[in-house]
Design a protein around this ligand. Structure first.
Ligand SMILES: Cc1cc2nc3c(=O)[nH]c(=O)nc-3n(C[C@H](O)[C@H](O)[C@H](O)COP(=O)(O)O)c2cc1C
Length: 221
């Protein structure tokens, strides 16, 4: 079996696609940061009001799927906002754990839940609860070697997506000023991305994120 080091997982979180089964047995995909916490152990922090958390609690299994495609990562993370769905992915049932994996990506690891601890959080977006989950690695497979140079546009896109999850939370919580402040940052990333990668797909997705968030904001104000 390959090691966590071979697939690039270290103490510093790596952004991956986590796939789990919904209660009805259909595959679910989301994006989380995952870190290596032992030779065959990883840790994730997941908000408890997510499908991913509920699925992990129920089925005790997950697969983390590695991609170098920031566009795919962001479409999955912002499914509702960008009109993406699991139907656009192909899954296979893991033989090792109670989880589906995404077919066609360079590498994956099958994981089993070992321990869950929960903590209440409070920040400018309000109250929430987060679960710290330790998972045991049951299998690691590198399907195809992956080497791809970094592009600065990837970073602007991923950071815009992280901000978008916070803007949506702010809108839902009625915190309009917080939502506007973060949306302003996304617009700034869009300008920077346009500058280094004009007419790129990454820039177009950031624009789509900003426009969809503005439409969402207009619906509630
Ligand atoms: C780059 C990136 C990293 C993310 N990391 C996490 C994470 O570590 N934990 C988490 O709960 N949500 C994270 N999110 C948000 C989730 O991907 C997702 O949108 C949200 O948790 C809803 O999940 P659900 O589909 O399971 O309900 C991240 C989003 C992005 C764009």
């Amino acid at each position: 079996m390959s090691s966590l080091d071979e697939i690039g997982l270290t103490w510093h979180p790596a952004e991956v696609i986590i796939s789990t089964f919904n209660p009805d047995g259909l595959p679910h995909a989301a994006v989380v940061g995952v870190r290596k916490v032992g030779e065959l152990e990883v840790g994730v922090k997941v908000f408890t009001d997510t499908h991913t958390f509920r699925n992990l609690e129920k089925w005790k299994g997950a697969t983390i799927n590695l991609t170098e495609d920031a566009k795919l990562l962001v479409r999955i993370a912002l499914k509702k906002l960008l009109g993406f769905s699991e139907n656009q992915l192909k899954f296979a049932r893991s033989k090792m754990v109670n989880a589906p994996r995404v077919i066609g990506l360079p590498a994956y690891a099958d994981l089993e839940v070992k321990e869950i601890t929960k903590e209440k959080l409070s920040d400018e977006l309000g109250e929430s609860e987060i679960a710290y989950i330790t998972l045991t690695v049951k299998k690691i497979e590198v399907a195809k070697p992956f080497v791809r140079p970094f592009k600065r546009s990837d970073f602007f896109l991923i950071e815009s997506a992280v901000l978008a999850t916070k803007v949506m939370k702010a809108i839902e919580g009625g915190k309009t000023e917080e939502a506007k402040r973060r949306l302003g940052k996304i617009e700034e990333y869009k300008r920077l991305c346009d500058h280094i990668a004009p007419s790129s797909e990454e820039s177009a997705i950031i624009a789509e994120i900003a426009e969809s968030l503005k439409a969402m904001m207009n619906q509630v104000t």
